[in-house]
Design a protein around this ligand. Structure first.
Ligand code: FAS
Ligand code: PHB
Length: 412
C-alpha cells in the first residue's frame, strides 16, 4: 500500500474520546506498540505531531537484531522484511590498513542480524495500521498529557485548529528524545544520565553498490567511518565529523574523498560513488532517563534513552522496550495482573544499560577523540589499535563483541 493512501484512511477513522492506551509518537516504538496491542484486541489511539511522509523521510537505523525481527513477525508485518532484508552473519573491523572479519554467527551459535532500513520498518507498520483503520492522528499539534499519576489519565491535542481530549487507562510515551511525555514529568521524579560525545556522524544515502558484502567499521587516524547499506544497490555510509560542521560544508565530492581516505586500500578501491539522495549530521550521546514509568505513563524507545549509533542499538532497544510493555499491557487486560506493568521499568532498564555500555564501548574504540577528551591524541589512538589488534585475534574478545552486536538474550 503506497504511503499516499495513508492519510485519507487515517483521517476517516473516527477518533474516540476514550480508549485503553494512548500512544504518543509514530516512530518505530509507537507504531510497533500500536500494532501489537491492536492484534491483542487492546484499543489504542496513536498521536503523531508530524505527517506520515515526514516521519518516513527521516533516515536512521539500518540493522535489526533478532528481537526486532521476531516482533515485526509477531506484529504481522515481517513479510517484506524477509523478502527484501539482507541477513548478515558478520561485520568487519578496519584498522592499521587492514580489515578483519568477525564471524558473529560462528561465535554465537548461528545468530545473525538483518539489514533493513528503519524507514522500511516504519513504512510496513504505517501501512498495516492504515489497512486496519486503527485510529491515528498525524499532524496532531500541542499534545499534552494530564493526570498521568492517577488511574484516569487524559491526553489532549489540537487538530485543524480544534482541541480534542482522549481519556484512557495508560499513556505510552513513544515520542522520542525531544518529546513531550518525558518533559511532562517533574524534574524531581526523574533521574537523567547523559554523556555527550565531542563529535557527530555525517551520513549519506546513495544509489550505488555496497563496498563489501558486510558492514565495515573503520578506526582511522583521520576519524571513524562506517560503510553500511540498505540493499545491494543502495548504501548508507557515515564519517565522523566535527560538531561545528554543517551539512552544507560537505559536498558529495568532499564526503566521498574523506570516506575513501579512512578505508583500507581494498575497500577504498572498491568504493563506488554517486550523488547523495540524503545527507545529514547526527550528534552522538548516551542518555538514560530513570525510571521509565510514572503512574499511568510509560516511556519507551528514544523517549527514555539514546545510544550513540556505533553499536546499532537505538531501534533495537526501542523494540525491546515495546516487547516488555506490550506484554505488560496484554497481561493487564487479560488477567487484570499488574505484575508486568510494575516490573516494566526495572526489566527495560536492565537491558538499556547493557546496550548503553556496548554502544559506548564501540564508540570509544572506533572514534578519534579530540585532544583532552576521552581516549584522545596519539596515545589514545594507540590504545585503541592495541585493543583492536587483541580483539580480532581473540576468540573471547570477538565473542564478547558478537554477543552484544547480535543482541543479548532477554530476561523474561
Ligand atoms: P523516534 O524519535 O523515531 O520517534 C518519535 C516520534 O514521536 C517521532 O515521529 C516524532 O515526530 C514524534 N513526536 C515527538 N514529539 C511529539 C509530540 N509532542 N507529540 C506527538 N508526537 C511527537 N539507531 C540505530 O540503531 N542506527 C542508526 O544509524 C541511527 N541513526 C540515527 C540518526 C538520527 C539523526 C537519530 C535522531 C537517531 C538515530 N538512531 C539510530 C536511533 C533511532 O533509530 C532511534 O533509536 C529510533 O528512531 C527510536 O524510535 P522511537 O523511540 O520510535 O523514536
Ligand atoms: C545504518 O545502516 O544506518 C547503520 C548500521 C550500523 C550502525 C549504525 C548505522 O552501527
Amino acid at each position: 500500500m503506497l504511503l499516499s493512501t495513508l492519510t485519507p484512511i487515517a483521517m476517516t477513522t473516527p477518533i474516540p474520546t476514550r480508549t485503553q492506551v494512548v500512544i504518543v509518537g509514530a516512530g518505530p516504538a509507537g507504531l510497533l506498540l500500536g500494532q501489537l496491542l491492536a492484534r491483542a484486541g487492546i484499543d489504542n489511539v496513536l498521536l503523531e505531531q508530524r505527517s506520515g511522509e515526514y516521519v518516513l523521510g527521516r533516515i536512521r537505523a539500518g540493522v535489526l537484531e533478532q528481537v526486532c525481527i521476531d516482533l515485526l513477525d509477531e506484529a504481522g508485518v515481517g513479510e517484506r522484511m524477509h523478502r527484501e532484508g539482507l541477513v548478515h552473519h558478520g561485520i568487519e573491523l578496519a584498522f592499521g590498513g587492514a580489515r578483519h572479519r568477525i564471524d558473529m554467527s560462528a561465535l554465537t551459535g548461528g545468530k545473525t542480524v538483518m539489514v533493513y532500513g528503519q524507514t522500511e520498518v516504519t513504512r510496513d507498520l504505517m501501512d498495516a495500521r492504515s489497512a486496519a483503520a486503527q485510529p491515528t492522528v498525524y499532524e496532531a499539534a500541542d499534545v499534552a498529557i494530564h493526570d498521568f499519576d492517577s488511574d484516569r489519565p487524559r491526553v489532549s491535542y489540537t487538530k485543524d485548529g480544534v482541541r480534542h481530549e482522549i481519556a484512557c487507562d495508560f499513556i505510552a510515551g513513544c515520542d522520542g528524545f525531544h518529546g513531550v511525555c518525558r518533559a511532562s514529568v517533574p524534574a524531581e521524579r526523574i533521574q537523567q544520565h547523559e554523556r555527550v560525545y565531542p563529535f557527530g556522524w555525517l551520513g549519506i544515502l546513495a544509489d550505488v553498490p555496497p563496498v563489501a558484502d558486510e558492514l565495515i567499521y573503520s578506526n582511522h587516524e583521520r576519524g571513524f567511518a562506517l560503510c553500511s547499506m540498505r540493499s545491494k544497490t543502495r548504501v548508507r555510509h557515515y564519517v565522523q565529523c566535527s560538531l561545528d560542521d554543517k551539512v552544507e560544508d560537505w559536498s558529495d565530492a568532499r564526503f566521498w574523498d574523506e570516506l575513501r581516505s579512512r578505508l583500507d586500500p581494498a575497500a577504498a578501491a572498491a568504493l563506488q560513488t554517486g550523488p547523495s539522495i540524503e545527507k545529514s549530521i547526527a550528534p552522538l550521546r548516551s542518555f538514560v532517563a530513570e525510571p521509565m514509568r510514572f503512574g499511568s505513563l510509560f516511556l519507551a524507545g528514544d523517549a527514555a534513552h539514546i545510544v550513540p549509533p556505533t553499536g546499532a542499538k537505538g531501534l533495537n532497544l526501542a523494540a525491546a522496550d515495546v516487547r516488555y510493555l506490550s506484554r505488560a499491557f496484554i497481561e493487564f487486560y487479560a488477567d487484570r495482573s499488574r505484575a508486568g506493568i510494575d516490573d516494566y521499568s526495572r526489566k527495560a532498564l536492565r537491558r538499556v544499560w547493557k546496550a548503553e555500555r556496548f554502544s559506548w564501548y564501540m564508540t570509544s574504540l572506533l572514534h578519534k577523540f579530540p585532544s583532552g577528551a576521552g581516549d584522545s591524541g596519539a596515545v589514545g589512538h594507540r590504545m585503541q589499535t592495541a585493543e583492536l589488534d587483541w580483539l580480532v585475534h581473540s576468540t573471547a574478545g570477538m565473542t564478547a563483541l558478537a554477543e552484544n552486536y547480535v543482541g543479548l538474550p532477554f530476561e523474561d
